[in-house]
Design a protein around this ligand. Structure first.
Ligand SMILES: Cc1cc2nc3c(=O)[nH]c(=O)nc-3n(C[C@H](O)[C@H](O)[C@H](O)COP(=O)(O)OP(=O)(O)OC[C@H]3O[C@@H](n4cnc5c(N)ncnc54)[C@H](O)[C@@H]3O)c2cc1C
Length: 432
């Protein structure tokens, strides 16, 4: 059943509620549920028709609320597919590219990863050295990427590679849509200090990408990447949908053909604490449980943490209302990202203060099986991934406060001539 597009929030709520009543069932597989959502254009309702319903963010939130209220499996995320690849495709893709890449993403059949960072190019992303050379109707890519979230589970990648080393570093980059399932691509998971392995290093050795899988034009990679990075900041700053059960997309994750009832039952065994921060109210409850909530110093820290999370919540709400009224707050995604970094770090410090010496325990010996230690150690990633805190401050300083730009000596120099900083390692890979 495909419903008409509407912006009346009450009507959206009624329509989605009746659609869920007709379509959600514990007897179907994850694949079938996601197919139904995609057919009804409800996987990403804020995307334009025909991929979504063209809903406002407020109407899309109503859809999420209704799905969560019914206790459904969340629409597929495709790892970074719906947050980064999809929005970038919608802004820069040709109609044939949208038609080829978006439907499998919206049905949860394909997951995406982001192949941007390299060992010598993170904050200085424009200094990247992975090289793509033309070979008939294809490009051949060689180089190494790193910190690529879920790359081992992805079928597709958004990839930045250098196609012209004879122009300044920002100008010679092209944005590709790479097929990960090929011999020239090897994704090796990297073990993090909290024991998990959520990202990989990826080796590209004569990997092939079709010429028609260039996004936004030859040499236009930096402009297209700016769209992805804008969405990445906004994603980090956005609230996760409460109440929905998230399931990994794509054929490699092995979830597609499981009945939704199975997936939901695993949820019951979920960890007590997860993510990169613990909500303030949960920490207050924990302090009470452990009999330390009367400690004056800890009370100060708890209330400080609570205030940080509240200020962030209200700032986000203010930014959303302003954006909906067509007056977006400049720099709000950078500010929220910085604020979330601070929240994650403070959450770690307060949680460890509550645990006291038990913080040093691990595994079954630790309270909650070590969940709080895992969350605490993951907290550092928030201030690095998607652009570090220092880079957010640079952007705010330069673009919002109007401070002088950082000095740059390499902006107009052809990439091939760069022999300093992070590009030193990349240059020898470029053919001379
Ligand atoms: C959890 C997580 C997930 C990630 N997922 C992905 C992914 O899916 N795909 C992907 O491509 N990458 C991913 N990354 C990589 C991430 O984008 C980079 O780590 C990040 O851009 C920083 O680059 P770097 O690690 O090379 O640090 P560097 O750039 O080497 O920075 C080192 C330090 O120097 C500081 N610094 C650097 N330049 C400046 C400057 N101009 N002014 C002030 N300070 C500066 C930085 O702030 C930092 O403290 C992920 C990272 C994390 C932590």
């Amino acid at each position: 059943m495909v419903m008409t597009v509407t912006t009346d929030l009450d009507e959206v709520r009624r329509d989605v509620r009746s659609w869920v009543a007709e379509n959600w069932s514990h007897g179907i597989t994850v694949r079938e549920w996601w197919r139904r959502l995609a057919d009804a254009a409800l996987s990403m309702p804020s995307w334009p028709v025909p991929y979504g319903r063209g809903y406002s963010s407020a109407a899309a939130r109503v859809v999420t609320e209704e799905l969560a209220a019914a206790g459904t499996v969340a629409p597929p995320q495709g790892a970074v597919g719906t947050t980064l690849a999809g929005p970038t495709l919608l802004e820069h893709g040709r109609p044939d590219q949208l038609e080829r890449f978006l439907p499998p993403l919206l049905r949860g059949e394909e997951a995406w990863c982001q192949l941007f960072s390299e060992p010598g190019a993170g904050s200085d992303l424009a200094g990247l050295g992975a090289r793509a050379t033309r070979d008939g109707d294809e490009w051949i890519v060689n180089g190494q990427k790193v910190w690529n979230s879920s790359a081992d589970l992805a079928q597709r990648a958004i990839l930045l590679a250098r196609t012209d080393p004879d122009v300044p570093k920002h100008a010679g980059i092209t944005y590709f849509l790479l097929d990960m399932d090929q011999r020239g691509v090897e994704a090796r998971p990297l073990r993090q200090m909290n024991g998990e392995a959520q990202f990989c290093e990826v080796f590209l050795t004569d990997a092939r990408v079709a010429a028609d899988a260039v996004l936004g034009g030859l040499g236009e990679g930096w402009r297209v990447a700016a769209t992805t990075l804008r969405h990445e900041r906004a994603t980090t700053a956005s609230r996760p949908a409460a109440g929905l059960v998230f399931v990994l997309s794509g054929t490699k994750a092995g979830q597609l053909d499981r009945p939704v009832a199975d997936v939901l039952s695993v949820r019951q065994e979920r960890r007590t604490f997860s993510g990169n921060a613990v909500p303030a109210r949960k920490l207050i409850e924990l302090a009470r449980q452990r009999g330390v909530s009367a400690h004056p110093n800890l009370r100060q820290r708890l209330v400080g943490y609570y205030m940080l999370t509240e200020v962030n919540r209200l700032n986000q709400q203010r930014a959303r209302v302003a954006a909906a009224a067509g007056q977006p707050v400049a720099g709000s995604a950078n500010l929220t990202k910085l604020s979330i970094s601070r929240i994650c770090h403070t959450s770690r410090e307060v949680a460890f203060a509550i645990l006291g010496a038990d913080t040093m325990l691990d595994g079954d010996d630790a309270p909650f099986g070590g969940d709080l230690q895992r969350v605490g150690l993951a907290s550092f990633g928030t201030s690095i991934g998607g652009g570090t805190d220092e880079i957010q401050r640079n952007l705010l300083g330069e673009r919002i406060l109007g401070l002088p730009r950082e000095p740059s000596t390499d902006r107009d120099v052809p990439y091939r001539q760069l022999a300093v900083g992070t590009t030193r390692a990349a240059s020898p890979r470029s053919p001379s």
